[in-house]
Design a protein around this ligand. Structure first.
Ligand code: EPZ
Length: 444
């Protein structure tokens, strides 16, 4: 099937030149890194599933296109609620082009292999933030009794025959050598239909995994220990989603991105429908830097910030860390913040080895950043930024360039808007609503 994804858009931004005039309210959407996994988890169901608070981002569209090609019937009940009719037999070959665009497609391997006994998939694509190996996935499936066949472009995994002669994964104890988020989620789902007990060790602790497990347990799964580094799953039968609704938790990365923007360029900004308890590391850092944040149950407010000079913010060192540490997905926006704060900061990106290349673009804007190796930069501030033409390299660095363009003096053009659209719904509309002069340039 041919798709015409909007791959060639750009954003043109008129910078504020350091003034803090933005003002208004931003409603935080459902989390991309929860909803993609929830879509994949529906392959564990025998009938249907309803997903709500779904963000209308490009990745949601890609996932729906992918599942439709596997035989699903997907309808939008309303703006943010999707109903999915699960086919009795799901096609188990993930379409190459679609899967390459969506790193999260790898999460489908768990439920499909567990349900259908076989899955074929290409080496997953996604952001160019490192080589994104999948060894942990393959090792775990082998531990669950699967066999692996590799071809030049794809992998095929097959489950062993269970007691009843049907292909079925076996419960196993799996120690993940790093706390991989999607590997944790993938094995948790595969184990729901495996024979016997599965114990995941060194499991990732992200809240998105917890929200998924809660939903699956409501639908008949038996998952214990989520939110700790050891998760135990008792294998059972296909789940039923009838009458139950999964609600995506609020996107903590979107929240953190807008918090940085608010601190640097807003007088008054209210973030609504957010979950501050998922952002403690970021809130703590920004407060220590001197940002005045008023944190409510589901809101975070920045008030009377217009007269606070960015150079009065103090720099802070960042070491990205698995949850609940400082999230790697907020490293790029935080570096933009550090270019405007006073002092010198060390930023240590511990999770990915290719996630600091974007700093070259900030240096071209006037930032004082030194790249020491693929994991470490030092950022000296404050440095006034000048508008530039930049190529957004991935979702989060693309958003960081938008923030930099907004605070810079003069005009910026950020290419590869598609990457930003993958993770942020209607970004230009929401920014315009708080006073940003931004327009989308669509090139066919
Ligand atoms: C998830 O990616 C997120 N994506 C990423 O968000 C996020 O940056 C990352 O977790 C870390 O928090 C989704 O949830 C869809 P990992 P994931 O496996 O699961 C290495 C965004 O912008 N590793 O936790 O792919 C890996 O190379 C995206 O929204 C292996 O070595 O990340 C990395 O160094 C970007 N072998 C480390 O583990 C494997 O088999 C952690 O990656 C798997 C991972």
């Amino acid at each position: 099937m041919a798709y015409n994804w909007p791959m060639h858009d750009s954003f043109r931004i008129k910078g504020l030149g350091g003034k803090k005039t933005l003002s208004g309210t931003i409603k935080i959407n459902g989390a991309k890194n929860a909803i993609l996994q929830a879509f994949a988890a529906t392959a564990l169901f025998k009938d249907s599933s309803t997903l709500s608070n779904v963000p209308n981002i490009e990745d949601t569209s890609r996932m729906c296109e992918l599942l439709t090609e596997l035989g699903y019937i997907i309808n939008k009940k309303d703006e943010r609620t999707y109903t999915l009719e699960i086919p009795e037999n799901i096609i188990t070959e993930l379409p190459y082009e679609l899967s390459r665009r969506l790193r999260a497609s790898i999460v489908l391997t768990g439920p499909l292999l567990a349900r259908e006994g076989e899955v074929t998939f290409p080496h997953p694509g996604g952001c160019v933030i490192g080589n994104r190996p999948i060894d942990i996935f393959l090792d775990g499936f082998l531990a669950m009794g699967a066999t692996l066949e590799e071809s030049e472009k794809s992998y095929t995994l097959r489950a062993p025959k269970g007691k009843d002669g049907k292909a079925r994964l076996k419960g196993a104890e799996i120690f993940m050598r790093v706390q991989s988020v999607t590997a944790t989620q993938t094995f948790m789902m595969a184990a729901v239909l495996a024979e016997g007990t599965t114990v995941l060790k060194n499991a990732a602790l992200e809240p998105e995994t917890e929200s998924l497990a809660t939903y699956l347990n409501k639908c008949g799964a038996n998952i214990k220990g989520v939110g700790t580094s050891t998760i135990t799953i008792e294998g059972g039968e296909l789940l039923s989603g009838k009458g139950k609704v999964y609600k995506a938790p609020s996107d903590r990365i979107e929240t953190g991105s807008f918090l940085v923007l608010g601190a640097l360029a807003a007088d008054n900004l209210v973030l609504e429908d957010c979950m501050p308890e998922h952002l403690e590391a970021v809130i703590e850092m920004l407060r220590r830097a001197g940002v005045n944040l008023e944190v409510g149950e589901t809101t975070i407010k920045i008030s009377n910030n217009g007269k606070v000079k960015n150079k009065s913010f103090k720099s802070f060192d960042i070491k990205t860390h698995e949850y609940p540490g400082f999230p790697t997905d907020l490293q790029a926006p935080a570096v933009v913040f550090l270019t405007q704060s006073s002092g010198e900061a060390l930023v240590f990106e511990t999770i990915f080895e290719g996630r600091l290349n974007y700093t070259e673009g900030l240096i071209r804007m006037g930032a004082d950043i030194k790249l020491w190796d693929t994991h470490r930069v030092t950022v000296k501030g404050p440095s006034p930024l000048k508008g530039r033409e930049l190529e957004g390299p991935d979702i989060r660095a693309g958003l960081a360039y938008v923030i930099a363009g907004i605070i810079a003096k003069g005009e910026s053009v950020i290419h590869n808007a598609y990457y930003i659209d993958r993770g942020y719904e209607n970004i230009e509309g929401r920014l315009r609503d708080i006073g940003v002069e931004i327009e989308r340039i669509s090139t066919p």
